[in-house]
Design a protein around this ligand. Structure first.
Ligand SMILES: [Zn+2]
Length: 751
């Protein structure tokens, strides 16, 4: 109140009073005029009164603020553990469901897509509106939901397979009836393997498939690889840890009990299945671990006759000819000894046939038919699934079965991906999403090239030029493959399958047969470089080295990954933007970098640049190796996860740079309006949005499996690893030099 004039306390003359009135009037008029001009300019949008304090109060902004707020835990220091800071709110409110081994934002979105598909599949069939393919999908779904029929059928459909060659099961002896009795004399391993692959789409010992020839990527070729085992981690067969032993014990007991449920004598089952497990352990020993499977060492192209000379114990040509159904593909009748194949794991095959040569035929037969039994168990009555649940309690930590509808949705989705994809995109995909995906892709492409030119000091100019050419050639595929919009094509594609609402098991076998033969369609045909065949409902994104494509199916393009144009761009750039960058960078990771812009495995790097790349990779391998994951009781495998870590780190940098460019160019440098109720800048929101994609919690069993079999680092370290290497992150959150989230001079960087 000091210095304020009031009529009573400050005396004055008339003269000074009238002068004061004139001054006051003058001030009043000037202020009014200025205010009027300001108001006019504000109303015309020509000036912004509070440029630093503008809030966005649209429903979209309020929705996204609430979404952010519900996930974070602001009591955690973002510079110490950004994952917990970003995700603790979400994970504490979203416990892992009993039927899942882990749960997070990705699985949540997957569940959300499943619910949408459930609603679509449960709509009654309309002969008028539904295409043939859609009608088939609905029949397939309802046959799977027909639990009364499935209970009534019990084990019968499987037993009828086990009664006949080539799937007679030694362990059942004569308990299945005289016709089902196994005989060593009549057993043919080749016949069993070939039927299993060719009719049921199951690969045991050998994986035979068709895909582009890595060095001639316009052409398709047959490839031979090692197949998977029953337990997901190779270590579970080999390690002597308490966990691994308990997994093997539970697995053995599971096999024994299933054999008994199907009619085997208990003590016979016990001794037979022990031998089966021993055999599988021997196979685990010779399998080539992921870290040693590089594109060059796996490229062993030879004709079948050369393969037969190298590994003469097996009739390779006979096997391949029995697998492929030449009634479907008459043009493949000409496959002979001169047919080229790529043998991806020669040493494994040499060892495999040495082991099989020394093994009893009965054990081999017991093992192969066990694999048939295991693969069809989920199509039988409840008692078989409850027995599986007991096993799953040990290896996955789950305590209940998924609901039948969820199982059925996933089955139909896997069996008829294009029919289901069409149903999904018709209702749930908005075409205008393409526009922002194009903006993001071009932003990422620009950022990658800009950093290559301005910040990369380890690559020579010749190699840089080729990298730039490859970056320019990356092709983005968004939403769904165009051909799913063609009803005639989709109907024709699945015309051989005729489903019945009352025969779930029979329907399943038809879908298996269809799947088993589908990739042979491509042999002798050119690789369609601009087409893609990803199921539109997939909640994931991909990079394809042979076509140099990045792929984003409709399932992935949803909140909280993809936010529409009405939402802050920081959220989209941080989530789907980083995912675009991640897939883009796969073209330049430790494996993708070996393929050129045309998708050929053809070295385009100078020796120096290649050496520098390898040296820089070591930094990242060591960084991730040092992360100990308490939940798993194990360290992250830096070498195994290198490609994904390179993609995460690159993707994050590219998307951030693209976001800042968008602000500069589209908003003349003016930041987006703040979100209400949360104290974050948009640069901070960008990083939060990245972390939110990764919010996930794990049961210990699932954590362990993630470390052993996953190619990604655990979500926690995908967030911490990439962010602590990035100077823009530490700037956004003011992270001091010695904090966990600021690796400072120790930071690793490739792109
Ligand atoms: Zn990836």
């Amino acid at each position: 109140m000091e210095g304020e004039a009031t009529g009573n306390s400050v005396p004055g003359t008339k003269r000074t009073a009238s002068k004061a009135i004139r001054i006051a009037l003058g001030v009043f008029i000037s202020v009014t005029v200025v205010l009027g001009i300001v108001l006019f300019l504000v109303s015309q949008g020509l000036i912004n009164l509070y440029p630093k304090q503008q809030y966005c109060l649209t429903s979209e902004c309020i929705e996204s603020a609430a979404s952010i707020l519900s996930k974070v835990n602001q009591s955690v220091d973002p510079c110490e553990n950004f994952f917990r800071f970003a995700c603790d709110g979400w994970t504490s409110n979203n416990p892992i469901p009993e039927d899942s081994s882990n749960y997070g934002v990705y699985p949540w979105l997957r569940q959300n897509v499943d619910l949408k598909l459930k609603a679509l599949l449960e709509k009654p069939i309309s002969k008028r509106r539904d295409s043939e393919a859609v009608q088939k999908a609905k029949i397939l779904y309802s046959s799977c939901m027909n639990e009364n029929k499935i209970e009534k059928a019990d084990a019968k459909p499987l037993l009828s397979i086990l009664k006949h060659s080539p799937f007679r099961w030694p362990v059942l002896e004569s308990n299945i009836g005289p016709e089902g009795q196994w005989s060593e004399r009549k057993f043919s391993m080749l016949q069993t393997l070939a039927t299993f692959r060719g009719q049921y789409s199951n690969s045991v010992f050998i994986r035979l498939y068709v895909s582009p020839d890595d060095k001639s990527s316009n052409k398709h070729i047959l490839k031979l690889d090692q197949a998977t085992l029953c337990l997901s981690a190779r270590e579970d067969y080999l390690d002597n840890t308490t966990e691994a032993k308990s997994y093997r014990d539970a697995f053995l007991q599971f096999m024994v009990d299933i054999a008994v449920l199907l009619g085997a004598n208990a003590s016979r089952a016990e001794s037979d299945m022990k031998s089966v497990l021993k055999l599988e352990i021997k196979i685990a020993e010779i399998m080539i671990p992921h870290e040693n499977r590089s594109s060059e060492t796996m490229y062993n192209k030879m004709n079948i006759s050369a393969l037969s000379t190298m590994i003469p114990q097996f009739d390779w040509l006979g096997y391949i000819k029995r697998v492929i159904d030449t009634k479907l593909y008459p043009q493949l009748k000409d496959i002979g000894p001169s047919e080229n194949v790529i043998v991806r794991v020669p040493q494994y095959f040499k060892d495999l046939f040495r082991i099989l040569g020394n093994e009893r035929k009965k054990t081999i037969a017991n093992y192969l038919v066990w694999r048939m039994v295991y693969s069809r168990l989920f199509n039988l009555s409840r008692r078989f699934q409850y027995r599986w649940l007991e096993f799953s309690r040990v290896i996955e930590g789950t305590t209940s079965l998924p609901p039948q509808w969820d199982k059925c949705v996933n089955f139909v989705e896997g069996a008829l991906p294009y029919a289901i994809g069409r149903m999904f995109v018709d209702v749930h995909f908005q075409e205008d999403k393409r526009e922002m995906m194009a903006e993001l892709t071009e932003g990422i492409r620009w950022a990658f090239i800009d950093m290559l030119e301005k910040e990369n000091d380890w690559m020579d100019s010749g190699t840089k030029r080729k990298a730039k050419e490859k970056a320019k050639a990356v092709l983005a595929k968004v939403g769904y493959p165009e051909f799913i919009m063609n009803d005639t094509y989709i109907n024709e594609d699945i015309k051989t399958m005729k489903f019945s609402e009352n025969d779930y098991f029979g329907n399943v076998l038809q879908t298996r047969k269809y799947l088993a033969q589908s990739d042979f369609y491509w042999l002798r045909k050119e690789v369609p470089k601009t087409e893609w065949f990803t199921s539109p409902t997939t909640v994931n994104a991909f990079y394809s080295a042979s076509t140099n494509q990045i792929r984003f199916p409709a399932g992935e393009l949803q909140k909280p990954f993809f936010w529409g144009t009405e939402y802050p761009r920081s959220l989209s750039y941080g989530a789907i933007g980083v995912i675009v960058g991640h897939e883009f960078t796969h073209g330049f990771d430790n494996n993708g970098r070996k393929y050129d812009k045309n998708g050929n495995l053809d070295p385009w790097w100078s020796t120096d640049s290649e050496e520098n790349f390898k040296e820089k990779s070591k930094c990242m391998i060591n960084q991730y190796n040092s992360y100990y994951w308490k939940r798993a009781g194990l360290n992250v495998k830096g070498k195994r996860t290198l490609a994904e870590n390179i993609a995460d780190n690159g993707g994050l940098r590219e998307a951030f740079r693209a976001y800042r460019k968008w602000i500069e160019e589209k908003r003349q440098g003016v930041e987006e309006a703040l979100l209400p109720g949360i104290p974050f800048t948009h640069n901070q929101l960008f990083f939060l949005s990245y972390a939110h994609v990764r919010c996930n919690s794990f049961r210990p069993e699932s954590a362990r499996e993630q470390i052993y079999t996953g190619v990604h680092s655990p979500p926690h370290f995908r967030v911490i690893g990439a962010m602590s290497n990035f100077e823009e992150f530490r700037k956004a959150f003011n992270c001091p030099v010695n904090s966990t989230m600021n690796r400072g001079a120790e930071s690793c960087r490739l792109w």
